[in-house]
Write a protein that binds this ligand. Structure first.
Ligand SMILES: [Zn+2]
Length: 311
């Protein structure tokens, strides 16, 4: 081929295109690496540290024997993105129920069959971080359940309760379930009427009406792990942050893990006092008048109709 036959302009264009292509690929790799380097270790995330501490504390309180209990904590996308690649879905897990208002929400959730006592030693096995999609019917796993496991069998009750609480309180972030011994015992010997149950708890410790002025709601015994108990719990969550599951345990909801833990802790303390004194001759109690004074002092509204009218 003679020199005059060579298309130097075409060759130049091809070389420029190839160089641009290469530069583009290099920039993608560089950007990916920069993003990865910017991402922090999820074990240093405040939400992860709090979750591990809370699960451990609940176990230490004797509320979560064996694989009992479960927690779901809603985390913002912004917070998750500091630690995880939001496009890297490990696997998709069907949920078996609808929760359309939760699409795109992220939850850190305890795993099914997992023991709270082990969460602190192997968080990535016992916890998982999921993103909800398809009107709640699918959970995308972004982190955790590294042994191939999945979220708690009580996810219906958790996500339906999250949806119910968010409708009442946009700041709600936590749903927590456990088996505190005295509350559970109380459901064997006390009326399950919600007003009676609440009034008894309020009368056991002065601070109860301050901590849960809306009272506690109560479900009769139901089969756990089903959509039915999930729907019933969520319905009860419309009017209170605490829902007792008779002969089983309790559900709590709140703005953060501390608040939710504290709610259950306070109700359980009241139930403990009740179980200590229920069989004794009771000489004194906290009167309705005293509770009205507390309501005024702390500027709160007790559940309507639960106290006798003011004198
Ligand atoms: Zn349970």
């Amino acid at each position: 081929m003679a020199l005059k036959d060579i298309d130097f302009n075409g060759l130049k264009d091809k070389t420029v295109d190839a160089a641009k292509d290469m530069a583009g690929k290099v920039s993608v790799v560089v950007n990916d690496t920069v993003e990865k380097l910017k991402r922090r270790d999820i074990m240093t995330a405040p939400f992860m540290i709090e979750m591990i501490r809370t699960a451990t504390n609940m176990y230490d309180h004797g509320w979560d024997e064996r694989n009992g209990g479960n927690i779901s904590l809603m985390v913002s996308e912004e917070e998750v993105a500091k630690y995880l690649d939001l496009t890297a879905v490990i696997r998709e897990i069907p949920t078996g129920f609808d929760a359309p208002t939760l699409d795109g929400r992220y939850f850190l959730v305890t795993g099914t069959g997992k023991y709270f006592k082990n969460v602190q030693y192997a968080p990535d096995v016992n916890l998982g971080l999921i993103r909800v999609k398809d009107s709640g019917r699918t959970a995308e796993l972004l982190w955790g359940y590294t042994d191939g496991g999945q979220f708690t069998s009580e996810l219906p009750a958790h996500l339906m309760s999250h949806a119910a609480r968010l409708a009442v309180d946009p700041d709600n972030r936590v749903v927590m379930h456990c088996h505190p011994g005295n509350l559970l015992a109380m459901t064997y010997v006390h009326s399950l009427d919600e007003k009676d149950f609440t009034r008894t708890l309020w009368q056991m410790c002065t601070e109860c009406i301050v901590v849960f002025p809306e009272g506690v709601n109560v479900l009769p015994w139901m089969l756990c792990g089903t959509n039915s108990i999930g729907e019933a719990t969520a319905e009860k969550m419309n009017t209170a942050r605490l829902v007792v599951w008779s002969q089983h345990g309790i559900y709590g909801a709140g703005k953060d893990l501390d608040e939710t833990f504290g709610l259950i802790e306070t109700a359980e303390k009241a139930a403990e006092i009740y179980m200590k004194i229920a069989h004794l001759h009771i000489k004194n109690t906290i009167t309705d008048d005293a509770m009205w004074q507390l309501a005024d002092r702390f500027n709160l509204t007790p559940r309507s109709g639960y106290l006798k009218p003011r004198k």
